[in-house]
Design a protein around this ligand. Structure first.
Ligand code: CDP
Length: 234
């Protein structure tokens, strides 16, 4: 664990602290699996429907299930009302989340089927893709979809010369800001997603990976606790 240096961030967090995290599974009555996740002021719902028949039929795969992901920020999730509907950003985020989760799911057990993951950002303050990915993994587990492993995700980055974990929008808006969303598998910390935005040195990258790994490990424990809470496994 890297040393905690406290009280330096606008919200009083140490550089390698997460924002307050909340997780709950089974929050939606009409989904096969669901989860709600908060990273500070970033709030997300994830639902899973399936495995089910594929519509349209031409999309089905005779060998395995298809995993479809939809990401949406609702109009009142951000400061300036967001125009409803999809844009390039939401399509990109859905794609990277889906690609991070596909290797985790035993898709070959459900040929000619679809598993749909819907992600709704109800409030955004940076880190929506990582909170959504963390919630999606929980919702898949809640739906009882067989998985090799689960995934936890958080952003590491840099602002005002400091390496940070779980940046807020205010921190992401710093002049020298670097944002690096990372997702890791629980068991072996295999990197399932890594994106980068901004200029960074090799040393910055190394430090960011260290804090991201710590953050993912913390989140993995919270994910397991949230599932135990619903299923009451001691
Ligand atoms: O949310 P995430 O960090 O995964 O993705 P981003 O594209 O780097 O967006 C960072 C933040 O910018 C979001 O979490 C929102 O707080 C904000 N944003 C916004 O205010 N309006 C948008 N249309 C898109 C993003």
């Amino acid at each position: 664990m890297s040393e905690k240096k406290s009280g330096k961030r606008p919200d009083g967090r140490a550089y390698n602290d997460m924002r307050p995290v909340k997780m709950q599974v089974g929050v939606l009555k009409h989904a096969n699996g669901s989860a709600y996740v908060e990273f500070g002021k970033t709030h997300v719902y994830a639902s899973v429907h399936g495995p089910k028949k594929v519509h349209p039929r031409h999309m089905e795969d005779g060998e395995k299930a298809i995993l479809r992901c939809r990401y949406n920020m609702i109009p009142f999730s951000v400061n300036d009302r967001k125009r409803p509907g999809y844009d390039r950003r939401s399509v990109e985020i859905a794609k990277v989340i889906s690609e991070a989760l596909q290797p985790m799911v035993f898709l070959e057990e459900f040929p000619k089927s679809a598993i749909d993951i819907d992600l709704e950002i109800t409030q955004a303050d940076a880190g929506t893709r990582v909170a959504a990915l963390t919630a999606a993994s929980l919702a898949l587990a809640d739906a009882g979809i067989p998985m090799h492993d689960m995934v936890a995700a958080v952003a590491a980055g840099r602002a005002n010369g400091e390496i940070l974990l779980d940046l807020t929008k205010e921190e992401e808006d710093a002049k020298d800001a670097v944002d690096m969303p990372v997702a890791m598998a629980h068991r072996d910390n295999k990197v399932m997603l890594l994106q980068m935005d901004g200029d960074m040195s090799k040393e910055d990258l190394k430090q960011m990976l260290i804090v991201a790994k710590e953050g993912c490990s913390e989140l993995a424990e919270m994910q397991k606790a949230a599932l135990r809470e619903k299923y009451k496994v001691e």
